[in-house]
Design a protein around this ligand. Structure first.
Ligand SMILES: C[S@@+](CC[C@H](N)C(=O)[O-])C[C@H]1O[C@@H](n2cnc3c(N)ncnc32)[C@H](O)[C@@H]1O
Length: 302
């Protein structure tokens, strides 16, 4: 029987509260030098300054973006907000391990519990596509920013990047399953992994939490309508992101224990090399085809 879709905000709280404990392991989130390098490279590329006094991340999850920005020196005082208290609990634990005194508050991005003009930088990573009304979230970012402050958003899926990723996922899964059926080949699972009621509920919820993919031109227009200046949109990861989705799909299909640490090293190095090729393709391939969208914009000084 078809189930009715949940209100997306309730779905996001349920999904991310339940996902929080295993979120970092599932998405290979870390705070080690490669993770710091990933965040630093994007910050150096997009931000006008190398340090901001008071910084808020919206939809901060377990802290990947804000804590790595803090570790790489871009952040003075770190604040994190998220609609899921479960994710913020993990964020606080991660921050404590790193020695970062992050201040957290659970809140909806469309109604932030902060005074006007509180922050020098408002950041976000992979959160805007979960928000029912992205322009409302941008308006809130604008409100809590000091004049002369900036917003920095990264890791949002583009319309075409997401479509191509969908094709890659299906093609990888079907090719893998065909190969796994060949005689003498033992790469697939002997039996499908057990699916608990909880797994099933989480799988259903996934359809209710991912709400948008973005065309660069529409995000630019929203930022300008919210009152921002110096709006800059960039996109990144073309072949690298398709490779990344193929790797994740394959890892979900393969017999447990078959891929070891050498595989993880190979996948990371290959992704880095492909990322460099993608970098060379920027300006040659239409920007809307790249998977990830980044946005930088400033609130004008009075
Ligand atoms: C894909 S996760 C990204 C987390 C983190 N920024 C990262 O990059 O790892 C999206 C996050 O957005 C949060 N979120 C979803 N809807 C939200 C809303 N309406 N307001 C604030 N946060 C929201 C989720 O709880 C989740 O932690």
């Amino acid at each position: 029987m078809a189930r009715a879709a949940l209100d997306p905000k309730t779905a996001n709280v349920l999904y991310h509260d339940a996902a929080a404990a295993s979120y970092d392991a599932k998405w290979a989130i870390s705070f080690d030098p490669p993770a710091q390098a990933y965040v630093r490279e994007r910050a150096e590329r997009m931000l006008a300054r190398s340090r901001y006094d008071r910084v808020l991340e919206i939809g901060a999850g377990t802290g990947f973006f804000i804590l790595n920005l803090w570790q790489t020196g871009f952040v003075g005082e770190a604040h994190a907000t998220d609609i899921s208290e479960g994710m913020l609990e993990v964020c606080r634990a991660n921050a404590e391990r790193l020695g970062c005194g992050v201040q957290t508050r659970s809140a909806d991005a469309e109604r932030l519990p902060y005074e006007d003009e509180t922050f020098d930088l408002v950041a976000g990573h992979a959160f805007l596509h979960h928000i029912p009304d992205p322009p409302a979230a941008l308006a809130e970012m604008w409100r809590v920013l000091r004049p002369g402050g900036a917003i920095f958003i990264a890791g949002e899926p583009t319309l075409w990047g997401d479509r191509m990723a969908g094709v890659v996922k299906v093609a990888t899964r079907e090719s893998f399953r065909l190969a796994a059926r060949l005689p003498g080949v033992r790469i697939g699972r002997d039996s499908p992994p057990p699916v608990s009621e909880e797994d099933r509920a989480m799988h259903d919820l996934e359809f209710d939490v991912d709400l948008h993919t973005f065309a660069p031109s529409e995000v630019r227009a929203w930022a300008r309508d919210a009152g921002f200046d110096e709006v800059r949109i960039e996109t990144e990861e073309l072949i690298a992101s398709m490779f990344g989705w193929a790797v994740r799909t394959l890892e979900a299909e393969v017999r447990p224990g078959l891929l070891g640490k050498r595989w993880a090293r190979f996948a990371y190095r290959a992704w880095r090399s492909l990322y460099r090729i993608d970098d060379a393709l920027r300006g040659v391939v239409p920007s809307g085809l790249f998977y990830n969208l980044l946005l930088y914009a400033e609130k004008p000084r009075r």
